[in-house]
Ligand binder design. Sequence first.
Ligand code: ARG
Length: 604
Amino acid sequence: MLNLTQTLKKHLEDALEQAFPEIVAIAKVTGFPVDPQLVSASKPEFGDLQVNGALSLAKTLKKPPRLIACEIVKQLKQNQDFLSLCKSPEIAGPGFINLTIQPQCLVEEIRQRLKDERLGVPLFKNCAKNQPSAEPIIIDFSSPNIAKEMHVGHLRSTIIGDSIARILEFRGHSVLRLNHIGDWGTQFGMLITQLKEEAPQALKQANVVNIGDLVTFYRKSKKRFDEDEEFQMASRQEVVKLQNGDPIAKQAWELLCEQSRKEFQKIYERLDIKLTERGESFYNPYLEKVIVDLDSSGLLVVDDGAKCIFLEDIKGKNGQPLPVIVQKSDGGFNYATTDLAAIRYRFNKPPNGDGACRVIYVTDAGQANHFAAVFQIAKRANWIPTGAQIEHVPFGLVQGEDGKKLKTRSGETVRLRDLLDEAVIKAKANLRSRLQEENRKEDEVFIDHVATTIGIAAVKYADLSQNRVSNYQFSFEKMLALQGNTAPYLLYALVRIAGIIRKGGDINIELNELQFTESQEWNLIRELLKLDEVIVEVEEELLPNRLCSYLFEVSQVFNRFYEQLPILKAESQYKNCRLALCLLTAETLKLGMNLLGIPTLERM
Ligand code: ARG
């Protein structure tokens, strides 16, 4: 309820300041704005909104929360503007203030949203400057590795990262979507050495081996590297050559990258994902400087020939501070060194960097320690500007229905494209049997389009609708079900609404035309008006599952409205109003799905 909530918030701030003038001085000292903490009511019987600020202010003001709430309410009751928006505020529990919006204000808000393509979701404004921030937010996601297959972990990163990017973009941030591809390091030495023996042509010419072969070569080379000292030496020399810019090694490397890139691109196209590739190799020229600067800031310790930093408050199994090696004794750099160089580059001002204000990393929770370590080092080296944010957005494992790591029947890791193919095949089978039940004839173009949309949507939504932190069990059957919190359920709700709207004809949304009398209508109105709060919350917490739960809730509330009240058959003055709610529900679901990266359908 944004326009409305913003106005109410202003009234609440004024009431707070009038009741406790000292608060202004306190806010100046602490630097935090006075925040009444206005949120949606936790239960419908508490009204529409709830003010939680009295509780957190109790400590600052050294007064009991209930007394603070009473004083705020006293002020509010003298404010006619406030009373024209809200019914009499009520104090509950230890000091919450419950607010119930005047019904005509809710209707006015609905009418505004019907005319607004942002559906009331405000653009982000930098609080201090009151304008959009020009500094980009970087989202580092997907980030598969060259010469290895993209796996389900990368799928999660891709889907979650894309949705977070879409939400931040929609809020008006400039977002840099970076694909931090693993395109550098010892693995290339091994692979090139192996290929020189087994398929030298592949190093000179494109498309001699396919990605599957490349993966096999890589596995073989890794095995030999671990067992065969001579091979190990040769591989290391190859890496040194590559790092020194040897043209033959460089060409081989480029070919290998190109080959994998094509494979990745196919997946991104199917999933409609846009990414800017900036792999690990990009930071190669900056690695040396990382070491030099860590040394001059006094953080670097040489331990057994390796250059490392000992972490504060992060201890190893033996209870001693853990070291992070940034340069091995043979002079080679590590994954962590590249990430340190990347952090510097991302926060540095242009032209020597991206000048980001927030950097977000979307990877599996298994890398949490790695990120905690590099973030700590970067902070201690003063590479993160004050006010800038850096955060790891971890997610859990993808498991099979047996609760174990997802594997094919023969025990191999599941290839992404096989997984997507299967989702579409299964969606198509479901669709065909539904069409048969409904006695419908559709052409193959329609069937292909609908099945592809549903299949991909199901995979994406299944992933996004889980709290990302927990592991999730991958089940085609569950994700493709027409019932429950699934993509097909939401897509179907939309198709149904689209049908009603098509039949309903023109809808008039002028205020005097909109009037609501039934509880099912008010429930839907209240639910629809929560959209902006949900979006802002996802932006802060980076939890797309909150948006999924909201969309599911909207569809359920809509379904009750639709099942219990006549719409097309209602008397004409009600028909128009109910159609207006159908329209806003459809727009809300479409926008929400779009922010999840899921296309919608008119018919299915
Ligand atoms: N390539 C890594 C992997 O496959 C993910 C990279 C994540 N990003 C980063 N800046 N380290 O696990």
